[in-house]
Ligand binder design. Structure first.
Ligand SMILES: [Fe+2]
Ligand SMILES: [Fe+2]
Length: 326
């Protein structure tokens, strides 16, 4: 165990320099990156009230399911304190408060923080949402915390974040295109810029894992296998509304996302396939016996999951979220 942790720390020190070399590609300069206020009505302007009216008119065309998905996505973004706190506990990150990995974590958090901020303000102005109910769910998600099966292992954490950033990219991108379809170009633009942040972050985490594969292929492969066996559980899995237990809202949220085609079981498989390709899983060399076995599992998984996904029926169960007015 000690050896295991020591090796992780060494690898993290080794890949830190590659991360620092590329940090300006993966994270944008703070002074010029978009901010939520670039998209929202400015309350110091005389036109503020008419702009809100316009915003509410556009938002009134969004379907119930779409609003539900958007709220779930917003709550997920707003649970950022949880993600930052577990990233700072990861081996190799926690070692040095002024080190490169801590810097990465703080800057990544700073960028992510804009997502929940923007979506929350939009939803507040939209008039469609019971804000108090949504805020209760947000507070629950942060207070409950969640176990995503990574422990403090950097390999498992960065595999998780690679997957998660790709999944949020898909989901925000699809909300953007549906918002456009329903006549809300402002929301579409907002979700579009968030989606492109997620894509950039995904590139970063995928790169870190690519570098880990170069120096510790067997352990990286075993970590990948382990995370896929446990399944990549989205933070939204732990959503709850007032009066409900942890996770009881998730089923309804994911039903809505599946119905709209915003994030589906097929997307899960597609993301897995993308990771397999980008990490060149098929041609990784230097694997020991356990590593080879792990690779076999990972390589066979997409076809297996696809068969299951294709048999899934579209969920039809109707549900009334406490989050949504009317
Ligand atoms: Fe985000
Ligand atoms: Fe993200």
């Amino acid at each position: 165990m000690e050896f295991f942790v020591e090796k992780r720390r060494e690898v993290m020190v080794h890949i830190e320099k590659f991360m620092l070399e590329k940090i300006h590609e993966y994270l944008k300069p703070i002074d010029t990156i978009w901010q939520p206020s670039d998209f929202l009505p400015d309350s110091s302007r005389e036109s503020f009230f008419s702009e809100i009216k316009e915003l509410q008119e556009s938002a009134s065309g969004l379907s119930y399911d779409l609003i539900a998905v958007l709220i779930g996505d917003t709550i997920t973004e707003e649970a950022l304190p949880t993600y930052e706190s577990w990233l700072t506990m990861v081996q190799g990150v926690s070692d040095d408060e002024e080190g490169g990995w801590m810097r990465w974590t703080r800057h990544w958090t700073g960028e992510e923080n804009r997502h929940g901020d923007l979506l929350n303000k939009y939803l507040y102005l939209s008039g469609r949402v019971n804000m108090r109910m949504m805020e209760i769910s947000t507070q629950y998600l942060i207070a409950d915390g969640f176990d995503i099966g990574t422990g403090h292992d950097p390999y498992r954490n960065f595999i998780y974040t690679s997957f998660q950033e790709l999944a949020t990219n898909v989901s925000h991108r699809r909300v953007a295109s549906q918002a456009k379809k329903y006549g809300d170009p402002l929301l579409s633009k907002m979700c579009g810029v968030i989606a492109s942040d997620e894509a950039r972050h995904a590139k970063a985490y995928k790169y870190f894992i690519e570098k880990i594969f170069e120096v510790d292929p067997s352990e990286a492969m075993i970590a990948f296998e382990d995370m896929m066996r446990k399944k990549i559980v989205m933070p939204a899995h732990f959503l709850r509304e007032v009066g409900l237990k942890v996770g009881q809202t998730f089923g309804h949220f994911t039903d809505a996302a599946q119905r709209l085609g915003i994030y589906t079981a097929i997307d899960y498989v597609d993301i897995l396939k993308e990771l397999i390709t980008d990490w060149h899983i098929e041609s990784v060399t230097g694997l020991d016996e356990a590593g080879e076995k792990a690779r076999d599992y990972v390589m066979n998984l997409p076809a297996r999951l696809l068969r299951v996904a294709e048999r899934m029926k579209n969920p039809m169960l109707e549900y009334k979220f406490t989050w949504i007015n009317g």
